[in-house]
Write a protein that binds this ligand. Structure first.
Ligand code: PLP
Length: 395
């Protein structure tokens, strides 16, 4: 349940369909695609009213001042229970804008737990070149957060569940420790989606998404979003504008189309993944199954506290070396071997070959990202068919 623009409390599925929509005079049932790069004004006063912020209007699409982009941002904000949203050309564009806008040379970030390989590379290898250093804590070291903060720490960043080990980080606990230290908490909510988890309600300051994943949901768009209070977004907006990172209007239109079915899709991803995880957990060739919905999983209790559903992502460790594990993946027929996640089609990947390929092997070992690990993005096919496919691939 979230409040809509008129202050009514609406369930998420209602907001998915109706939230943020603005119909035009032609009577179409949802916000049209305004693919124009620029917008005209009847006179200079009307233009200045928009440029100087007295009137919310359309100006130039790279600024995000475009009705299709704004409608998508309103819908996303309603789904996350945020004051506002900014949409980006990719998830990495969204993350980099947050770091650049809220940190400067000499500042410090703490990253808790495993994160997407691109995020790790940005924090570990690129931001230090701008004088921004990151301390990396393992997920099970989250309790040491207070000791990792210093007077130059600006951001605590984490994903939950984490990629690919599916560790669950306690959002309220970490956000509480960060707030006590005067530091912003930024949560990547891509894996859970707003259907399963609301980090802002648990104390996070900002949420980021790769909308390429569940929010887009069909593996046919690339985008990102940052959500939170208007004051924090206002610092990010000029960076998005001047780095030219704004989501294209065409992509925003596609994203809004996808968001209308988000609850239906994610609830089915949740149900399919639980069935697959239970099958894998009982299989003799599988050493470990990482899925927050399994009662036997270490993070289950924390997940049950902060999640409404456990998501469509699973990782497991096969009882074999890298080559034997690759052979299992290669035998899959319904799962496509591909990076990415969150689409209607099921995907499988060995993290050592894709998302964590470029991570130093010692660092991978420290994080438990072993050669036998396989990550599954469970799609919307029939769960029985997916289980049959895994059964034949595992021999
Ligand atoms: N965050 C997570 C959890 C991801 O899995 C990814 C990509 O896989 C990203 C962020 C980056 O998103 P994008 O590829 O849209 O830039």
């Amino acid at each position: 349940m979230q409040d809509d623009r008129d202050g009514n409390t609406r369930a998420l599925s209602t907001l998915c369909v109706h939230g943020g929509e603005e119909r035009d005079a032609q009577g179409g049932v949802h916000t049209p695609l305004y693919n124009h790069s620029t917008f005209g004004f009847p006179n200079t006063k009307a233009l200045l009213d928009v440029v100087e912020g007295r009137v919310e209007g359309n100006l130039y699409t790279r600024y995000g001042m475009n009705p299709t982009i704004r409608a998508t941002e309103r819908k996303l904000a309603l789904l996350e229970g945020a004051e506002g949203a900014l949409v980006f050309s990719s998830g990495m564009a969204a993350e980099s804008a947050v770091f650049l806008a809220h940190c400067k040379a000499g500042d410090h970030i703490v990253c808790v737990g495993d994160v997407y390989g691109g995020t790790y590379e940005l924090l570990h290898s690129q931001l230090p070149g701008l004088g921004i250093q990151t301390t990396f804590l393992l997920g099970n070291e989250a309790g040491r957060l207070a000791g990792a903060l210093n007077e130059r720490t600006r951001i605590v960043f984490f994903e939950t569940p984490t990629n690919p080990a599916m560790e669950v980080i306690d959002i309220a606990k970490v956000a509480g420790a960060a707030r006590a230290g005067g530091v912003l908490t930024v949560v990547d909510n891509t894996f859970a989606s707003p259907v399963n988890q609301s980090p802002l309600k648990l104390g996070a300051d900002l949420v980021v998404h790769s909308t390429t994943k569940y929010l887009g949901g069909h593996s046919d768009l690339t985008g990102g979003a940052v959500l939170g209070p208007r004051a924090l977004l206002a610092t990010i907006w000029p960076w998005r504008k001047n780095l030219g990172q704004t989501m294209a209007a065409e992509t925003a239109f596609m994203l809004s189309r996808s968001l209308r079915t988000l609850t239906v899709r994610v609830r089915q991803h949740n149900a399919n993944a639980l069935a697959v995880a239970e099958f894998l957990a009982a299989h003799p060739k599988i050493k470990q199954v990482n899925y927050p919905g399994l009662k036997s999983f270490a993070g289950h209790e924390a997940a049950a506290r902060q999640m409404r559903g456990f998501g469509g992502m699973i990782s497991f460790v096969y009882d074999g070396d890298a080559a034997a594990t690759a052979a299992v993946v290669d035998r899959l027929r319904l799962f496509t071997i591909a990076a990415s996640l969150g689409g209607v089609e099921s995907l499988a990947t060995q993290p050592i070959t894709t998302t964590h390929h470029d991570m130093d092997p010692r660092e991978r070992a420290r994080r438990g990202i072993v050669d036998g690990m396989v990550r599954l993005s469970i799609g919307l096919e029939d769960a029985g068919d997916l289980i049959d496919d895994l059964r034949q691939a595992l021999g």
